[in-house]
Write a protein that binds this ligand. Sequence first.
Ligand SMILES: NC(=O)C1=CN([C@@H]2O[C@H](COP(=O)(O)OP(=O)(O)OC[C@H]3O[C@@H](n4cnc5c(N)ncnc54)[C@H](O)[C@@H]3O)[C@@H](O)[C@H]2O)C=CC1
Length: 303
Amino acid sequence: MKVLVTGTTGQLASSLIELAAPLRDIELIAVGRPEFDLTQPVPMREAIVAARPDVVISAAAYTAVDRAEDEPALAHAVNVVGAACIAEAAAKLGVPIIHLSTDYVFSGDGRGPHREDDETRPGTFYGATKLEGERAVASITPRHIILRTSWVYSPFGNNFVKTMLRLAESRDTLTVVSDQYGNPTSALDLATAILEIARQPQRDRFGLYHLAGTGETNWSGFARHILAVSRANGGPSATVQDIASADYPTRARRPADSRLCTEKFEKTFGRRLPAWQTSAETVVRRLLRAGQWPKIPEGQPQV
Ligand SMILES: NC(=O)C1=CN([C@@H]2O[C@H](COP(=O)(O)OP(=O)(O)OC[C@H]3O[C@@H](n4cnc5c(N)ncnc54)[C@H](O)[C@@H]3O)[C@@H](O)[C@H]2O)C=CC1
């Protein structure tokens, strides 16, 4: 079967490309910049229709949470108009779309874990555009599986794991916020689950789901685990000191508790993602083996 993914360099798209490469039953086609830009979604929509995939995975997004506050039009163009155009292509072909969304649709002021039908109230422009994107996709085609995920990391792109390793190379102590709770999710785990869904997109499974790594932590707990694994494997290490979000002001205010309840996904698809600690260990060890982690991303590393 042909599976098309939007984005060619993102964490999830890269994970899908890597995992699908050895598979005989899946031909993965990745479309993205520079040829296809979601701010010019019509050519992308036409390219998708012309490729005639059996399933579309809408993974590309404007994910710069802080910058979105200052570039609302661009974030909206990509996350709402772009997402809608991808859904239109899937609808035109009559094939299912698997669309990615975020825990940041929740304000995080209440207590998690959040269920799919809990009240959404994004506190960031990024979260607001992702929520509007979800709604656009759902209104364009009933053949949708919308997956809200959280705190994504992987061997690819920029993410919190790489940032912690990089910072630990040059600092003895890292200060990390300890009052924001969530579920770290390996893009490789997410991609594995998505490929499985793509193989069997039954009608009675269409809908909105939460899908994230099993277990929960806060950012400083996540950092401690990353650095403990790194230390045990001869990589960089540092002491992690807890700080409050109030002491680490960011342009966009992050949810305090954006934990996702994944029960609905587990009941429907009969599986859950591995424990976040195990998957984080796999990614840290892989990064250490590769011996490199790209430069620290601009601004806050959290999405
Ligand atoms: N990274 C995270 O922590 C989280 C991500 N998500 C969602 O999961 C999905 C996958 O995220 P990641 O792979 O981590 O994101 P990423 O930031 O690693 O990759 C985003 C991809 O979108 C592409 N993109 C951005 N603007 C584009 C445009 N104008 N035209 C074409 N492509 C464009 C980028 O080139 C990149 O390939 C996204 O929908 C994101 O909103 C949800 C929760 C957390």
